[in-house]
Design a protein around this ligand. Structure first.
Ligand SMILES: [Zn+2]
Length: 297
């Protein structure tokens, strides 16, 4: 098995969003489609290895956030089957709800600039991936590991020794700091801890592939440990500043994450696109307000 990392050059910046391409007997599999604004970069990545969108037989989505799944409809139009968590499927069949809720944050112009159009996918092209489901594609075998925490509709996809962690495995760019992406509305630290425990226990896994960004070097169990610690630290930071108003909290949290990011040459710009600090303030705040309720169940 050969895994190619395609840099989707999001907003013209390298190492922000990846898609992973694996050739097989009958074409290629993609893990993630990236957003529609990266469609040309995705095509260039395929072309570089001698493929076109019509060669993509299957797209395995980790979750239905725009930066991971926004262009899935274009690949479905070119013929690909789209595999997604049961909780994500209706958003791909009818993306209007997804669009409208994100547009409340970004505005319609911001949505078009960042993510591009998202059109409905025909039901015949959409396939639910249940927990533990195995997919056999052109001689490759994939397993779907449901892994909530970052999003309710999250799957980490395993193919032999490789685990494609979407966002549940954190953001780590160019050996820079490990960060847990915490946008609203689904952040659930309890679920995330469970997912970390589950995924770190997959003994067959030897390599981790992060959508933001790429294959990780170094010890896998250490990766999960650092991620868990950082998630705890971020929540503790937001909690200890809970009495600040939102814009002040965003400022102090941005300073807090920048302090780590600026230690690494060139990291800050990539991280600002891959994991905007203000999103994590909103996501963690929302979760803290639900936490006590969740702890009781
Ligand atoms: Zn996400």
């Amino acid at each position: 098995m050969t895994i190619h990392t395609i840099d989707l050059e999001f907003q013209g910046v390298l190492k922000v969003i990846a898609a992973f391409m694996i050739p097989h007997r009958d074409g290629v599999v993609l893990i993630e489609s990236g957003p529609q604004t990266c469609w040309e970069a995705l095509k260039r990545g395929l072309t570089k290895h001698g493929y076109a969108p019509c060669d993509v037989t299957d797209v395995l989505l980790t979750h239905v956030h725009f930066d991971h799944a926004g262009a899935a409809w274009s690949l479905a139009k070119a013929g690909a089957n789209i595999h997604v968590h049961p909780k994500g499927i209706r958003h791909l069949a009818d993306p209007s709800r997804l669009w409208n809720s994100a547009a409340r944050i970004y505005g319609d112009a911001g949505m078009t600039m960042l993510w591009g159009a998202m059109e409905p996918i025909a039901e015949a092209k959409l396939h639910v991936a249940e927990e533990g489901q195995q997919l056999s594609i052109g001689g490759l075998n994939f397993v779907a590991h449901h892994s909530p925490g970052h999003a309710k509709h999250h799957i980490a996809w395993q193919c032999g020794y490789a685990l494609f962690t979407g966002d549940v495995g954190g953001v780590c760019i160019n050996g820079g700091p490990m960060e847990p992406p915490c946008p609203p509305p689904d952040i659930d630290a309890f679920a995330w801890y469970n997912s970390i425990e589950k995924l770190s226990g997959l003994n067959e896994v030897k390599r981790l592939f992060l959508t933001h960004f790429g294959e990780q070097q170094g010890d896998i169990s250490e990766h999960w440990k650092v991620l868990r610690n950082r998630l705890d630290a971020w929540i503790a930071f937001i909690e200890s500043n809970a009495d600040l108003d939102t814009s002040t909290l965003i400022d102090v949290f941005t300073d807090y994450v920048s302090e780590e990011r600026t230690k690494y040459e060139g990291a800050e710009g990539c991280y600002a696109f891959a994991n905007p600090a203000e999103m994590s303030v909103a996501g963690i705040r929302r979760w803290l307000s639900k936490r006590d309720e969740l702890a009781a169940t």
